[in-house]
Unconditional design. Structure first.
Length: 317
């Protein structure tokens, strides 16, 4: 149990410090470049742990499995995490952290509409509270940063979709969550590398420079500013936050189940803003604090519901 607690503690800190670490190198690396670097190295970090667990029997052909990982990689790395990286550039790290932590709300909705999974009473209450918390934070009547909030919500929404597609992908390929995440990171990195390389073609770059919203993505660098000057922060972002955070999360899940491991995402909405306030000096508005409390209450209800479902399933067995 001590080991499980340690895994949860490390994973919670890593995930809660993610937005702060990424915000700290803003202006040093291109958002897309940083996205590419951290998920490629993060995927490499996960490979030894996946290999240690031994080879798993694939339920489908290797080509079909590759197709699944290309799809999950596109949704996670190319779409969701690119929006996430851009949101951090345009908004406060604390706001992005809280809004992104609501991705399970969108996953719940996608599970209902796509997989036809029923939403329990406690799950519905948690869903409503999370939506109310989001509305309090976003404050539609007085939007001060619509772009940053839209990017953060877009990232959370697409990550929720990725979570559902990833669950389906695990069933199709026969891989567990850690292996699926590892291959998703690597496949998504390759896809992103191809897109970044295209932006460096002269004709493409010239066209992008003529279109206002595409201009920031023209000639996206790949290795620019990767030097010993930024070694430690890149090590923390790529190895600790991206690779290590997911590794310890799945290790906790293997030892104690989904409900215990998910505590990580229940604590993050409360811890991440506090870290942003201490380390980045961000000022958190009163409506954001109120929204955080509402979302945390919703998270606690989700956790209680998950524990009750596990107990009921154990009794039925």
């Amino acid at each position: 149990m001590k080991k499980t607690f340690l895994y949860v503690l490390i994973s919670t800190f890593m995930f809660s410090s993610m937005e702060i670490a990424l915000k700290s190198v803003q202006g040093v690396f291109s958002p897309i470049q940083l996205n590419l670097i951290r998920f490629f190295i993060g995927g490499l970090v996960l490979i030894p742990i996946v290999m240690k667990n031994g080879k798993q029997t694939l339920l489908t052909s290797k080509w079909k499995s590759l197709g699944v990982f290309l799809l999950t990689g596109f949704l996670c790395v190319v779409v969701s995490m690119t929006l996430f990286q851009l949101a951090i550039m345009y908004d406060e790290a604390s706001t992005v952290a809280v809004l992104f932590s609501c991705n399970p709300v969108f996953a719940l909705l996608f599970a209902f509409f796509i997989l036809r999974e029923k939403i329990s009473r406690l799950g519905f209450i948690s869903l409503v509270l999370s939506i109310i918390g989001l509305l309090v934070i976003v404050n539609p009547a007085n939007l001060t940063n619509p772009l940053g909030i839209s990017l953060a919500l877009g990232s959370a929404l697409t990550f929720g979709l990725y979570s559902i597609v990833s669950r389906w992908g695990s069933q199709v390929t026969g891989q567990n969550g850690l292996a699926t995440t590892c291959y998703t990171f690597l496949a998504g990195s390759v896809e992103l590398l191809i897109l970044v390389s295209i932006t460096n073609i002269s004709a493409v770059a010239n066209y992008m420079n003529k279109v206002e919203w595409l201009k920031p993505f023209a000639n996206t660098p790949i290795i620019h500013n990767i030097s010993m000057n930024y070694f430690w922060i890149l090590l923390f972002i790529c190895v600790c936050v991206t690779g290590g955070g997911f590794a310890f999360y799945f290790l906790a899940m293997e030892r104690a189940g989904v409900s215990i491991a998910s505590i990580v995402f229940f604590i993050k909405p409360g811890l991440a803003p506090i870290l942003a306030m201490i380390l980045l000096g961000e000022k958190i508005a009163i409506n954001t604090w109120i929204g955080i409390v509402i979302i945390l209450i919703g998270s606690v209800i989700t956790f209680i519901g998950s524990q009750m479902e596990q107990k009921n399933a154990a009794l039925e067995e």
